[in-house]
Design a protein around this ligand. Structure first.
Ligand code: SF4
Ligand code: SF4
Length: 307
C-alpha cells in the first residue's frame, strides 16, 4: 500500500507539471487568455518551445531546435542558443521530453486510454529508431548549403531556394509534429477546406500525424521514439549528461523473476541489458521515472554522474 502511494505521487506530480507546461508555454492558449504585447518579449520568446503560432508576428518555429535550424538556414550560426541547448541537456538530460514537451503530453494522454499496450519486435524497434536521425540528416543537408551560400554565393542560394520550394523556408516544419501542430496546423486547417486536390500534400501530412497520434494509444511515445528531430539530437548527447538513472544489481532480481521496469517503460528500453552504473537506453530514456516508481525492490536510482 505504501508503494502504491509513492507511485501515485510521482505520476501525479509529473502529470501536473505536464499540464501546467502545456498551458504556460503554448502561445495559442496564452494568447486566448491574456492579450500580451509580444514585441516587448521578442528576445525572450524565441527560446521558449511552442510559444509561437501563425498569429505571433515573431514566430519562426515551435522551439529552440527549430529556431536554431532556421537561423542556420539563414546564414546565422546561433552560438548562444546552441550553448543553452547543450547546457539543458548536460544538466537535465531529456527531462524536457518526459515532463514538459506538449507533444509528449499529447501522446501520454493517448497512452492513458485504457488499452493493452503493445511492443514492437526488437529488430523492428531498432530499425525504426533510425528514422529520426535520417530526418535530422535530411534537414542538415538542406540547411547547410542554404546557410553558407546565403552569405557567399547569393545566386546559387536563390536558385537552390527556388528548387526546394517550401523546404527552404520550413525545413523542420515537414518533420516536426510540434512545428506542424502548433505553428502551421491552425493556418492550414483554414486553407484546406473545402476539399481540393491542390492540398493533397497537406492532407497527407495531416493524415500521417493523426495516424501517429492514434498509434500512440497502443505504442506509447510512438512519435518521440521514431520521428522527433529534437529526440534525435537529444538522444545523441544523452550519454554525456550528468543526470542519468542507475540500477542496483544487488537489489534487482532480474528479468525472469521480475522485469517490471521493462514492461512499464513507454520507450521500450531494455533496461536490464543496459550497464547498471548508469543507463540512458542509448539516449532514448526521457526520465519519466516510471521504471523507478514501479520497481518493487527500489533498485533504480536517479543520480548525477561526476557530481
Ligand atoms: S523492476 Fe526492479 S527488480 Fe524488477 S527487473 Fe526492474 S530493476 Fe530489477
Ligand atoms: S527507462 Fe525508465 S525513466 Fe527512462 S523512459 Fe523508460 S520508464 Fe521512463
Amino acid at each position: 500500500m505504501r508503494l502504491k502511494i509513492k507511485e501515485n505521487s510521482t505520476t501525479i506530480t509529473r502529470r501536473l507539471i505536464q499540464i501546467l507546461a502545456f498551458l504556460t508555454i503554448n502561445y495559442i492558449i496564452i494568447e486566448a487568455i491574456f492579450p500580451i504585447n509580444l514585441i516587448s518579449l521578442e528576445g525572450f520568446i524565441k527560446f521558449l518551445p511552442i510559444l509561437n503560432s501563425p498569429r505571433n508576428p515573431l514566430s519562426n518555429g515551435a522551439g529552440i531546435l527549430e529556431y536554431i535550424f532556421y537561423s542556420m538556414a539563414n546564414g546565422i550560426f546561433p552560438f548562444f542558443m546552441i550553448g543553452v541547448l547543450i547546457l539543458v541537456f548536460l544538466f537535465s538530460n531529456r527531462v524536457f521530453c518526459g515532463w514538459i514537451c506538449p507533444i509528449g503530453t499529447i501522446q501520454d494522454a493517448c497512452a492513458a486510454i485504457p488499452t493493452k499496450k503493445k511492443k514492437l519486435s526488437i529488430k523492428t524497434h531498432q530499425s525504426l529508431l533510425k528514422i529520426k536521425y535520417i530526418f535530422v540528416i535530411i534537414i542538415i543537408i538542406i540547411i547547410f548549403p542554404l546557410g553558407i551560400t546565403r552569405n557567399t554565393n547569393y545566386i546559387f542560394y536563390t536558385e537552390f531556394k527556388n528548387t526546394i520550394g517550401a523546404f527552404a523556408d520550413q525545413p523542420v516544419g515537414f518533420f516536426s509534429l510540434s512545428e506542424f501542430l502548433f505553428v502551421y496546423f491552425p493556418t492550414i486547417i483554414q486553407e484546406i477546406f473545402p476539399f481540393s486536390w491542390d492540398y493533397f500534400a497537406s492532407y497527407t501530412i495531416i493524415g500521417f500525424y493523426i495516424l501517429i497520434i492514434v498509434i500512440s494509444v497502443w505504442y506509447p511515445r510512438f512519435y518521440c521514439r521514431y520521428f522527433c528531430p529534437f529526440a534525435a539530437v537529444a538522444s545523441a548527447v544523452s550519454d554525456y549528461s550528468f543526470l542519468k538513472l542507475s540500477r542496483n544489481p544487488v537489489k534487482c532480481i532480474g528479468r525472469s523473476e521480475c522485469g517490471l521496469c521493462e514492461r512499464v517503460c513507454p520507450k521500450q528500453i531494455r533496461i536490464l541489458d543496459e550497464p547498471f552504473e548508469f543507463f540512458t537506453g542509448k539516449g532514448e530514456c526521457n526520465l519519466c521515472i516510471k521504471c523507478k516508481e514501479k520497481c518493487p525492490y527500489d533498485a533504480i536510482q536517479i543520480k548525477f554522474i561526476n557530481f
